[in-house]
Design a protein around this ligand. Structure first.
Ligand code: BGC
Length: 739
């Protein structure tokens, strides 16, 4: 655990502070604010929100209006010790308000500044769903380290990341913020992100605290509809949704954000079983829990609290330490403490946790952002950071289909189609922290920077009709057509679920018209979720999934299109064949009637049995051949080896994946579970023996009583380049009881 190595003197300082604090000051520490918007635009704030929701103004316009709004920074509340934390991205203002907290309050306790730094700060990295397709913990860690360096220079002490929700439903807009559907890959991602943001010592001035969010099972929102209800067995929760949380706690993550949703009828915000029993007691989490935005107040709408006072009481008693933005604690807690509805112990525990994080972050010693760092990342993009982003972007791209068109020869004449091909803003993806569209290299610019001159025509965007004339003009002399199609930033992320995950608008018509020319067509996808691409798979000869890759989007896409980088990304989330298959994920529990050609099996009448692209899938310009699977038991582990040969004519990087299946258990087990993976680079014609180790302690599961069970019996071992195409071996396993 790296987060909380406080000295005895620091611990004493916290105890002394607690002894001096009034109840109001304690409640102040539990109150997080952001500047209030008090005007500066022609319509009411509510109407502005409606306007962006119904499309009267674009997201970008909304952002611009908000940036110019008049704000109240609540200086008097800070001065009175009524604020413990602030949601802000403005270094000068951060120092100004911090000065009030440190120099003008009675006890001088610094504020902690939080912000959503999700995939980079100014140097915007691929969206998490894309980056997770790199299956590369060095990439995960490096991008977080860069983000921490840049964000901390802007006065930010704490990021509301990593988002560790297991996401199995592509309709859910927030799948873009996640590392996909798998608990093992999600746990590797979780650990790397905590290391990347916090470093060995989070008090280092270029590091920031992390937030495990959203706790928990938000990704299982019913029907993929955002904020929706979640019901699931505790065993499912423990086996599939909690592993990344546990991994991040073990790695020293300093805070946790409770999810908006209810879990089995109790909103996570007031769920003491989750917050106290699982997180704080069972996992030994030492940091503090923050609510999601306004979530304590929303307990009234949930129907779990009668009024705001009830919501405040329920949340604090359940172990919710900090109120993000709802003002419920500041309005009610002090009185509730005076009335004995909230005990001194409950209050002190929350405040101790908050002060512990502030102390571990070094805020008592250096509360301000240094003047000389403030503007460091406001000018040109940092070259080193951009290089790291480019590496991540290339590794995030997944080649979904290639009928031999790719890579493209430099001499070929290219027609580039689609408004997204020339749109910097939409390379940023949802939850862009401080990125700018103008920093982003578009696909058009990327190809041009690589020395390719393209004939470009927008033809249509994600909503408009197809302009055939433009298309005809652009494709006339082309050897190859590249159509950039997909989603805008606003089509994924929070409050952006889709009930139909095919290509939006008229983009399929664009592809049809391009195909009608008889010329080779590449569909280059830019999107924030798995899409339903059954038609595209049937008709378009090459499909390249580029997601939203951030500032180096076009450079990375060009490198792959031209074969300068051999694609190595592997899907971290299943692509269903059609929307009706959602939620679709590889590691599902089996049924008594597994889907097959026969009628009375688990299947749809009007959909294929299989998803379109399975978890772990991704092609390369090389070919990898697996053979000679061996499984050797050695003490408390298994050594699983396989030969992987590159039978192609290009060097490449393969991701060798090990899955297991517990053939029969006391509860139904998943049909496959990823347990380990390894990257291997292979020259053309080269064969390597790859060995993966599986510890027997990782072969069990949790039952509904939260007991970890390891049951003797048959296990299947699968090794392959994706979750579908694997070599297979069976072993009887006997577990020793003392592990
Ligand atoms: C989101 C969180 C985010 C918070 C603060 C909420 O709406 O659910 O993920 O961290 O806002 O911006």
């Amino acid at each position: 655990m790296s987060g909380f190595n406080l000295t005895e003197a620091q611990k004493k300082q916290i105890t002394d502070l607690l002894a001096q604090m009034t109840v109001e000051e304690k409640v102040g520490q539990m109150h997080q604010l952001s500047p209030s918007i008090v005007g500066g635009f022609d319509v009411s704030f509510e109407e502005l929100i409606e306007m962006v929701t119904d499309g009267r103004i674009s997201n970008e316009e909304f952002g611009r209006i908000m940036a110019n709004a008049e704000r109240d920074f609540h200086e008097d509340d800070i001065r009175a010790g009524r604020v413990g934390s602030y949601l802000l991205n403005d270094p000068k203002k951060a120092n100004e308000l911090q000065r009030i907290a440190v120099e003008e309050t009675r006890l001088g306790i610094p504020l902690i500044y939080g912000f959503d730094v999700i995939h980079g700060f100014r140097t915007t990295f691929p969206i998490p769903l894309a980056e997770a397709c790199s299956w590369n913990e060095e990439v995960f860690e490096a991008s977080a380290e860069v983000a921490a360096r840049e964000a901390s220079a802007h006065g930010i002490n704490w990021t509301f990341a990593p988002m560790l929700d297991i996401a199995r439903d592509a309709r859910w807009g927030r799948i873009s913020e996640s590392a996909g559907e798998d608990p093992h890959l999600g746990s590797v991602y979780a650990r790397a992100k905590v290391r990347g943001f916090q470093g060995k010592n989070p008090a280092d001035r270029e590091r920031i605290a992390t937030t495990i969010k959203h706790f928990v099972a938000y990704g299982a929102a019913e029907a993929g509809q955002d904020y929706n209800t979640v019901s699931m067995a505790k065993s499912m929760l423990h086996n599939s949704y909690l592993p990344p949380v546990k991994a991040a706690v073990e790695e020293g993550a300093m805070t946790v954000m409770a999810a908006f949703n209810d879990y089995n009828g109790v909103p996570c915000t007031v769920n003491s079983w989750l917050l106290r029993d699982v997180l704080k007691e069972s996992y030994g989490f030492e940091g503090f829990v923050v609510s999601d935005a306004n979530a304590i107040r929303e307990c009234v709408s949930h129907g779990i609290a009668e009024d705001l006072a009830d919501a405040s009481r329920k949340a604090v008693n359940a172990g919710m330490d900090m109120d993000m933005g709802s003002g419920t604690y500041s309005a009610h807690l002090a009185q509730q403490a005076a009335d004995g509805e909230v005990s001194a112990e409950v209050l002190d525990e929350a405040v101790r946790r908050i002060l512990t994080v502030k102390m571990a972050l070094g805020l008592f010693d250096h509360p301000y952002v240094e003047e000389e760092r403030m503007a460091r990342y406001d000018g040109e993009l940092d070259k080193k950071h951009r290089d790291i982003a480019l590496d991540a972007a290339k590794r995030s791209i997944v080649l979904l289909k290639n009928d031999g068109i790719l890579p493209i020869e430099k001499e070929q004449k290219i027609a580039l189609l689609g408004a997204l091909a020339d749109d910097g803003e939409n390379c940023l993806g949802a939850w862009n922290a401080d990125g700018r569209g103008s920093d982003c290299v578009t696909v058009k610019a990327g190809l041009e920077r690589a020395g390719i001159s393209v004939t470009y025509a927008a033809c249509c965007d994600t909503t408009s009709g197809l302009n055939r004339q433009e298309l005809d003009g652009a494709v006339k002399d082309a050897d190859v057509i590249i159509a950039v199609v997909g989603e805008t930033n606003a089509m994924s992320g929070e409050a952006s679920s889709r009930a139909d995950i095919t290509l939006p608008g008229h983009q399929r018509e664009l592809l049809e018209a391009a195909l009608a020319t008889g010329k080779p067509v590449v569909a280059l996808l830019m999107n924030g979720r798995p899409l339903a691409l059954q038609w595209e798979q049937e008709h378009v000869p090459a499909i390249l999934e580029c997601w939203q890759l951030g500032v180096t989007h076009g450079d990375a896409a060009a490198a792959v299109l031209l074969g300068e980088y051999n694609p190595s990304g592997r899907l971290c989330a299943t692509f269903p064949a059609m929307t009706g298959q959602c939620p679709r994920y590889y590691n599902h529990p089996n049924t008594g009637r597994p889907g097959s050609k026969s009628k009375f099996t688990s299947r749809y009448l009007d959909a294929p049995l299989e998803p379109l692209y399975p978890f772990g899938y991704g092609l390369s310009y090389a070919n990898y051949l697996y053979s000679d699977l061996t499984v050797e038991e050695s003490g408390e582990s298994f050594r699983v080896s396989v030969s992987v040969a590159n039978t192609g004519d290009r060097a490449g990087e393969e991701t060798v994946q090990l899955y297991i299946r517990d053939v029969a258990g006391s509860i139904v087990r998943p049909v496959k579970e990823l347990k380990a993976f390894k990257k291997v680079t292979l020259a053309p014609g080269e064969t390597k023996q790859v060995t993966l180790t599986l510890n027997k302690t990782d072969m069990g599961f949790y039952n509904d009583d939260m007991e970890y069970c390891r049951e003797d019996g048959s296990f299947l071992f699968y090794v392959g380049g994706n979750s579908r195409d694997c070599l297979e071996a069976e072993r009887k396993v006997v577990f020793s009881q003392n592990v």
